[in-house]
Design a protein around this ligand. Sequence first.
Ligand code: PEP
Ligand code: MG
Length: 589
Amino acid sequence: MERLTGIGVSPGVAVGPALVAIQRTQVLRFPVGPDGVARELSALERARQRSHSQLEQIRRRIAAARGADLAAIFDAQLLMLDDPILVGRAAAVVRNERVNAEWAVQRALDEAAAVFDDIDDPYLHERKGDLHDVAGRLRMNLREDKGGARDRLQDLDAPCVLIADELTPSVVAQLDWTRIKGFATDAGSRTYHTAILARSLGVPAVVGLHDVSRRVPPGASVIIDGETGDVVIDPTPALWQEAEGRATVSRFAIVAPEESGPLQTMDGHPIVLHANIERSDDVPSALGAGAQGIGLYRSEFMLVGGPPDMAAEDEQYHVYRQLVERMEGRPVTIRTFDVDERQLARPLVDAALDARWFPEPQRSGHAGLRGVRFGLAQPRIFKTQLRALLRAAAHGPLRIMFPFVSSVQEVRDARTLLLEARQELTSRGIAVPEVPVGIMIEVPSAAFTASLLAREADFFTIGTNDLIQYTLAVDRTDDRVSNRYEPLHPAVLRLLRQVRRAATHEGIPVSVCGEMASDPLLLKLLIGCGLREFSMTPGAIPMARRVVRETSARQMVRVATRVLTLGTVEEIERYLEDEIAKNEVGSEG
Ligand code: PEP
Ligand code: MG
């Protein structure tokens, strides 16, 4: 038995086996039973075989297009895939520790990468990238096989307690809180979102435990006491029994709501909630969660693992058309490929794989030839996509959106290519409807010139994930500064207000599609800043609906006005927490 003490941020007691989620690598670690071990091992083998044939296919294609030298890169990857260092070691981890295969692959990768690090040889250092690629491909194939974190959670026999290094809103939103009795995290002092989130979910929570995610073995029995801040690992039977008697029944559970109709704040302001998705297969979960449309379709994901001609116009057209049709008349905003220069050196189909493998902050951490810049530099690829989009627009309300815009000139140039794409279709005898063309505001230069850009675009979507990191010059992958990634930084809030005002002034719609919108507290503040449309990961929508209904827009406008006069993140956080807490007490009373 071991007792750790952190900061209790949401009262109540939770008991159960531990589900350990490590966000750093975006991999969930969870225990599997004896049957589960065999299942995980065969999933691992299937993923290996699938990865093998994908790599073979890529190698053949590259050999044909670019010659044998370049293709040899993939020989190295094939060898790694068959080397016991990765898959063999992962299988051993599954067997010995009785954990899921995806986690085991991550563990094998970390160990192998550490060995490469220790060897002072530039050639081997370069091979580390290949190792990451191969492990990424394996994990991708494992995920395809077994579904997302939420599906995996359904495999657990009993409800559990969640132990995590940190909890970001998007992960919280993916989880099925009917099965999670409470949570404990390494991170967090009085971190606003974790505390508010726990209270809003009505689940016991302890934060600021520093290394609880390393100390708790997956599946271990854990007691979380959100009042005292105690977390007990492997308690005595007597303690367990006593805690079970005090265990809290969660006040709320986030489950997909049955309702999905129009939504408004407590004081009657209409709010629109759309979903961010990557595949048209995500449509049922978006609709099930209550999405009123698709606010961001990350089209680059469409290229993942597909056949080489996946990016052909007809293939794309079918994907977009299917998406629009599945949404049955609801609006769909498709973002053109947001791939970057590192990926340009490789064939496009493989390029997009990187986007899938890298954790979110990492893949959006590049300021090179990406987004609309990529499109302008590769007009053939860009126009192929634009033609496919224009054709699909005949089947439903589709909007085209350019990512990573940083100047008016780029928008004009992109629109010129769009016009050419339209003319090419017309000359083929294909009629094309009018399609709204919007831009993502995710680069500070775009935010600063929002009033000029608003005259060039039919709508704005604010991508706070990138906007925050570029405004604050914080690379989220760099541990030394990642704690400075502050959505509540006064600079970020001022920019958001400026963009919203520019859009209102020109009479164009503006929405927010970054992760910021799926944090309950920040969502309230965004409503206070005058924003009314949001797009988020489907899992976050049920919670956001509840937050919206419990929010007074009038109160939040007053709060936001005051927030914008405060100088530090800490002051803003404290003020917001106090105001929201007053409101919570007020509405309960
Ligand atoms: C963003 O930058 O906020 C955004 C939604 O785009 P992505 O996360 O795909 O970079
Ligand atoms: Mg972005």
